[in-house]
Every structure is written in structure tokens, then in C-alpha cells.
Write a protein that binds this ligand. Structure first.
Ligand code: ADP
Ligand code: MG
Length: 326
């Protein structure tokens, strides 16, 4: 997803227009967890809504795949929202008087798809809410409601999940559960999380885009080596080779038997691998024909070609095929 010079202006009835997004440009990857961080009023929700096609913009463009959202027809925009994007909101946006199963099914019915009972129970299982199909939304805790709203987003198998303050109404432990779940999902799809909570962002994000007054003030990727806030840098880094060897050797120091077993296993692996290589690389047909020649067989049909003894040896350069001794 490419965001190019995106601008959003809200017209106020009796007042100055509000520039909620001011010339914002950045790219989003296909997977990973990206946090949009900023104080209240900085433009996070506005940006998220534009990315998910929930609102229109006044300048710039969003390119999804090879298509520009600006040029989407209204039915293309509907399909983008309904099939490519999953939404998770702070206040869940579930239908409170309906059951869990009905809420989840509705998400698919919007796409003119039917959800089988199997599919729904499988989806509920994935968020540890197996058997909750017939519960009413009003009979669930906040964390459970949020997990249902994640299921509702997931059954659409979207490319991107947009979550606006998904932990805003939850206590911090339940918030951790939800962010862990979203983090899990971000291994295979893009998850964009809006949050004002720097601590959560530092803990879970692969990348933090910080907004202030409708502008990006920083865009950082996580340094995977350390967990301190200072470790946020523009480039990624890995474990140095020396450190990796040290850590590896320290385990052997503690367990000498482990070292002997590892060496034996390595030798065994090399022997097996070597034998296997010799067996496969030595042309089977050469071996077979030469051994036939040794036994005094003069002529054989090999791959429909007649091999004739030449200077006391058979010409054995043939491809694999059935061998018939004449
Ligand atoms: P955040 O999600 O970071 O709290 P928002 O994106 O909701 O910020 O809002 C950004 C700015 O746009 C704020 O100044 C807010 O008052 C204004 N704004 C948001 N939505 C509307 C709206 N529907 N009409 C007018 N102004 C709005
Ligand atoms: Mg907001």
C-alpha cells in the first residue's frame, strides 16, 4: 500500500476548516504490525479510516496493489472495504442484541457469502472462544467482545486488519491478550493499529509511525536485538556471529555429553549424506552394464538402443530406461 501526499480537510459548519491530515506520504508492507501513534486529535483515526476506504480524502492518493483508491468506483470501494479490509474498533461495533454466531455470519453475508457452522466454530476456536456461538454480545466481557470483533474481521480473510484503539476500553492485561492476538495475525497479514499508548506500541509494533497535527513526525522500525525504547532505529540488525558462537558454546560447556552427541551425530550425518551422494551420482546404468559385461554378456537393449561391446567394454552412456539382456 502506498500513501502519497494524503490530505484530509473537515469542513466545519460554523468555523474554520480542520486540516486533519496534512500531506502525508509513506509505504506500508504486506505484513507486520504497524502502529499509528499520537495524542488525541493528531489525525490517527482519520488516517486509518482513509486507508480502509471508510472516508474520502481531499488531496493525494492511496495506491493498493496497482490501483488508485481515488479512481475506484463506488462498487470497487465497497468490495475493497468488504473483502480486503478487516476492521476492529475501540467500542467493538458489534450488534449487541444478536448472538456471537449471527454477528460473525453477518460479516460474510455482507460479501454475499454464507458461513457454515463449521467455519464459525473454527474461527471462534482460533481466539479461544470455542462454544460461544449462541451467547449474546451483551453477555460477554470486553476482552471477549474484542476477540469476537477480531473473528468478524478474520472470517473475511482480509489482506489488512485496521484496528482503532483496540485496547482502549480494556484493562491492561486484557489489552495485552488482544495485542498478542493481533501480533500473531501480523505474521501473515498487515495489521495497522491506532494507539495513543507508547508503551503498547514499543512492546508490539514492528514499526511506529508517529503523528502530530496531521503530519508524520517520526517513522521508526524496531531493532530486534534490544527491547529498550532507545533501540528504535531506522535499520534492523541481527546477532553478531561471535555472539552466536559464544552462546552456542556455552551450552556445550554446561553439558559435555551434549557436545559428544552433537559431534557423533554430525559425523553420522556426513557419512549418510556421502553414501547417498555416491549412490545417486554414480550412474546406475553404467554400473549395471559394466557388471553385465563382466559376466560375459555381449549385447543388451537399453533405452531402445543396442549396446555393443567395444574394446572389451560396453558403451554405457545411456539414459535411465528398462534394460533387457539379449
Ligand atoms: P485522533 O484519532 O488522533 O484522535 P482524529 O483523526 O479523530 O484524531 O481527528 C483529527 C482532527 O480532525 C481533530 O482535530 C478532530 O477534531 C478533527 N475531526 C475528526 N473528525 C472530524 C469530523 N467528522 N468533523 C470535523 N472535524 C473532525
Ligand atoms: Mg481516534
Amino acid at each position: 500500500m502506498k500513501i502519497i501526499n494524503l490530505t484530509k480537510i473537515y469542513q466545519i459548519k460554523n468555523g474554520e476548516p480542520v486540516k486533519a491530515l496534512d500531506d502525508v506520504s509513506f509505504d506500508l508492507p504486506n505484513k507486520g504490525m504497524v502502529f499509528l501513534l499520537g495524542k488525541s486529535g493528531s489525525g490517527k483515526t482519520t488516517l486509518l479510516n482513509l486507508l480502509g476506504g471508510l472516508d474520502t480524502f481531499d488531496g493525494g492518493d492511496i495506491v493498493f496493489g496497482n490501483k488508485s483508491l481515488k479512481n475506484f468506483t463506488s462498487s470497487e470501494l465497497d468490495s475493497f472495504r468488504n473483502t480486503c479490509c478487516g476492521f476492529v474498533f475501540q467500542d467493538y461495533n458489534l450488534l449487541p442484541e444478536f448472538t456471537v454466531a449471527e454477528n460473525v455470519a453477518l460479516s460474510l453475508e455482507i460479501q454475499s457469502k454464507q458461513a457454515s457452522k463449521e467455519e464459525i466454530s473454527q474461527a471462534l476456536k482460533s481466539v479461544d472462544l470455542e462454544g460461544y456461538e449462541n451467547r449474546k454480545i451483551t453477555e460477554l466481557s470486553g476482552g471477549q467482545k474484542q476477540r469476537i470483533s477480531i473473528v468478524r474481521a478474520l472470517v473475511k480473510t482480509p489482506d489488512v486488519i485496521f484496528a482503532d484503539e483496540p485496547t482502549g476500553a480494556l484493562d491492561s492485561n486484557t489489552g495485552d491478550d488482544i495485542l498478542n492476538l493481533l501480533k500473531q495475525l501480523s505474521k501473515t497479514k498487515l495489521v495497522v493499529v491506532v494507539s495513543h499508548d507508547r508503551e503498547f506500541a514499543l512492546k508490539y509494533a514492528d514499526r511506529i509511525i508517529e503523528l502530530k497535527n496531521g503530519k508524520i513526525i517520526s517513522d521508526t522500525e524496531k531493532d530486534f536485538e534490544e527491547k529498550q525504547p532507545k533501540a528504535w532505529q531506522m535499520q534492523k540488525s541481527g546477532m553478531p556471529f561471535k555472539a552466536a558462537v559464544k552462546i552456542g558454546m556455552s551450552s556445550f560447556k554446561l553439558h559435555p555429553i551434549k557436545l559428544v552427541a552433537t559431534v557423533l551425530l554430525a559425523v553420522l550425518t556426513f557419512v549418510i549424506f556421502g553414501t547417498f551422494l555416491t549412490a545417486t551420482l554414480t550412474e546406475q546404468n553404467v554400473v549395471t552394464i559394466n557388471s553385465l559385461a563382466d559376466k560375459g554378456v555381449n549385447v543388451a537393449v537399453y533405452n531402445k538402443t543396442v549396446a555393443i561391446k567395444d574394446d572389451g567394454k560396453m558403451n554405457a552412456k545411456f539414459c535411465n530406461a528398462d534394460l533387457t539382456v539379449l
